[in-house]
Design a protein around this ligand. Structure first.
Ligand code: PGA
Ligand code: ZN
Length: 434
């Protein structure tokens, strides 16, 4: 029987040394599986609530013993005997049990831990890999990764305001070859930085975090590294950026507090992105180039640039089907970032992905800046079949674990495996020409 028999939670540490939850689900037949919950730093305001103890005597208040208590108490009582193969039913029950619109009572960390552990145990019980168990149709598309090789903003102690500078190996014939070219470029970037006398220590997502002369210099350095590694910028490897603009939006203006202290109006920041796209045609994707609170700015940038490049909404959509649906109606962005813990259940996450597909939006499956060795998002990216993942640099074990899992999936799929490669990128390039 695939009945849920037991839920256990453990307070573990994430990649920043902060507490998070590992949840283990056991079925009546003894099959067992564990999922570990990630945690963000540059969070959207409307994300589901991450429940923290607030007891300053433990982990500065960041403990998750209350969430652990809910998993092993209330939630376990409510789902014991439930069919683990009914993910939708389970997730609905979890949401109802919580009873708030933002999972604020039991915590999205407690709820996601359970939802994801059950997805794993159900897959295992059915003898399926997670990527095949999550969806009904065959899943064989390996995503093109975006590797965040230069970290700034809230993820690094540097003078760069923008959070993520990613390289994406669109020209490779397979996921493994793409990962190789990206890793080689990561090493070339280290050499480029060293030669210029810049630091090569890394930020939260494994990208380098040097003190630089401007917010633009990362692009120049990355272009140099791509070439140094023997690849062609714009053909083999393209650039994706996530400035995470909500983090530097203050009182209606974009304030570059870490670099030159300048302020930009919404019109000016759109002009800045436009000038970058002109100067660097290698950039094909811009995530959170506008702050979550700047609704008009989002509409304006979508009108102006939505036909040219991928505009990904992260902080504004928070993987929430209701919020995303309104955003689509409002003509905001043309892609969504997908983070399981922003919403807190597997079902709602899959709903967002489906909504993106139905509306011609892209979907980028994503890690959080605080991660564990959990690799669920690698499987989710293949299950989603949307062709994109971002899960950090070619550095730090918790990032590499996801890329390594994708290598395993690629091997397992054998001749059935397809690599998304440039397919998404080509779509936008065509739009530019039209
Ligand atoms: P976070 O950042 O995990 O710190 O929220 C990731 C992102 O903004 O994409
Ligand atoms: Zn983001």
């Amino acid at each position: 029987m695939s009945e849920i028999a037991k839920l256990e939670a453990l307070e573990i540490l994430d990649s920043r040394g902060n507490p998070t939850l590992a949840v283990t689900a056991t079925l009546a037949n003894g099959v067992t599986a564990t999922a570990k919950v990630p945690s963000g730093a540059s969070t959207g305001k409307r994300e589901a609530v991450e429940l923290r103890d607030g007891d300053k005597s433990r982990y500065g208040g960041k403990g998750v013993l209350k969430a652990k208590g809910y998993v092993e108490g209330e939630i376990q009582s409510a789902v014991r005997g439930f069919d683990a193969n009914d993910q939708k039913g389970l997730d609905k029950r979890l949401c109802e049990l919580d009873g708030t619109p933002n999972k604020g009572r039991l915590g999205a960390n407690a709820i996601l831990g359970v939802s994801l552990a059950v997805a794993h145990v159900s897959a295992k019980d059915r003898g399926l890999p997670l990527y095949a168990a999550l969806v009904e149709k065959p899943a064989n598309l390996l995503p093109t990764p975006g590797l965040n090789v230069l970290n700034g903003g809230k993820h690094a102690d540097s003078n760069v305001d923008f959070q993520e500078f990613m390289i994406s190996p669109v020209g490779a014939p397979s996921f493994s070859e793409g990962l190789r070219s990206a890793a080689e470029t990561f090493h070339a970037l280290k050499a480029v930085l060293s030669k210029k006398g810049y630091g090569t220590s890394v930020g939260d997502e494994g990208g380098f975090a040097p003190q630089l002369k401007s917010n633009e210099e990362p692009i120049e350095l990355i272009l140099e590294a791509i070439q140094k590694a023997g690849y062609k910028p714009g053909k083999d490897i393209v650039i994706m950026i996530d400035p995470a603009a909500s983090e530097f939006f203050d009182d209606g203006a974009y304030v570059f507090a870490k670099s030159d202290k300048s302020r930009k109006t919404p019109t000016e920041i759109i002009a800045l992105w436009k000038s970058w796209l002109k100067k660097y045609p290698e950039i094909w994707s811009l995530e959170d180039g506008i702050a979550e609170d700047d609704h008009d700015g989002w509409q304006a940038i979508t009108k102006e640039l939505g036909g040219q490049i991928q505009l990904v909404g992260d902080d504004n959509f928070v993987t929430n089907p209701a919020i995303f649906s309104q955003g689509i109606k409002d003509g905001i962005a043309n892609a969504i970032l997908i983070k399981l813990n922003q919403i807190g259940t597997v079902t709602e996450t899959l709903d967002c992905i489906q909504m993106a597909r139905d509306n011609g939006y892209g979907a980028v499956i994503s890690h959080r800046s605080g991660e564990t060795d959990d690799t669920s998002i690698a499987d989710l990216a293949v299950a989603a079949g949307m062709g994109q993942i971002k899960t950090g640099s070619a550095c730090r074990g918790e990032r590499i674990a996801k890329y390594n899992r994708l290598l395993e999936i690629e091997r397992e799929l054998g001749s059935k495996a397809r690599y998304a490669g440039a397919s998404m990128y080509e779509r936008w390039k065509k739009a530019v020409k039209a």
